[in-house]
Write a protein that binds this ligand. Structure first.
Ligand code: SAM
Length: 182
């Protein structure tokens, strides 16, 4: 499969990044988005050089394509996405169970914008999203929620993505580390 799979465009909108405390978790959101088949990450509100540099380094070493934008107006982005025919999936513990929503989401070919929060998410996103989806009924993490959602959306096919322009590639190994260099 190619990033985006049968939907063409699958992007992640990361809300509420706080540069002083969220660097690691936002980097992990980006890593999961890329590795599990999304086309890119949109960082709402702010830019943070350490996030931009981490993403550039990962793509340079392990391949792409993977789109990144920051300092974006989240509300406007969501409205535009819907206007262009896409659907918006907000991951929240308050939403409707993944098991009940994924058949509807996966069976249509619309581009998908997946919204994940940091702390409190504005009411706007609950109201404007096409789906509010919960991954279980317990609070956990945007990284876990995103990974499980993408895995279910792509039915596990993300493992077959062939990245372009990679410099490093991992080779399975029973023990030790095997890294192929381009
Ligand atoms: N009150 C938040 C909520 O609405 O889920 C919990 C904040 S949590 C630290 C940060 C983000 O993790 C949330 O905005 C949501 O995107 C994601 N998240 C946490 N638990 C989740 C769950 N059970 N299902 C889906 N997403 C979850």
């Amino acid at each position: 499969m190619k990033p985006g799979g049968p939907y063409g465009k699958v992007y992640v909108l990361r809300l509420g990044h706080r540069p002083e405390r969220d660097k690691r978790i936002t980097t992990h959101v980006a890593l999961v988005a890329r590795a599990f088949g999304a086309n890119g990450l949109i960082l709402e509100g702010v830019c943070d050089d350490s996030i931009t540099n981490s993403i550039l380094k990962v793509v340079e070493a392990w391949g792409g394509p993977f789109h990144f934008e920051c300092g974006v107006n989240g509300r406007r982005y969501v409205r535009e996405w819907k206007k262009r025919g896409g659907e918006v999936i907000h991951l929240t513990m308050y939403g409707v169970n993944l098991d009940d929503t994924i058949p509807l989401i996966a069976s249509n070919s619309k581009p998908k914008l997946i919204v994940v929060g940091a702390e409190k998410v504005e009411k706007f996103y609950y109201e404007e999203s096409t789906y509010n989806v919960s991954v279980g009924q317990q609070p956990h993490s945007e990284v876990a929620a995103l990974a499980l959602f993408l895995d279910r959306l792509f039915r596990g096919e993300w493992v077959n993505i062939e990245y372009e322009g990679w410099r490093l590639r991992l080779v399975e190994s029973v023990r030790g580390k095997r890294v192929e260099r381009a």
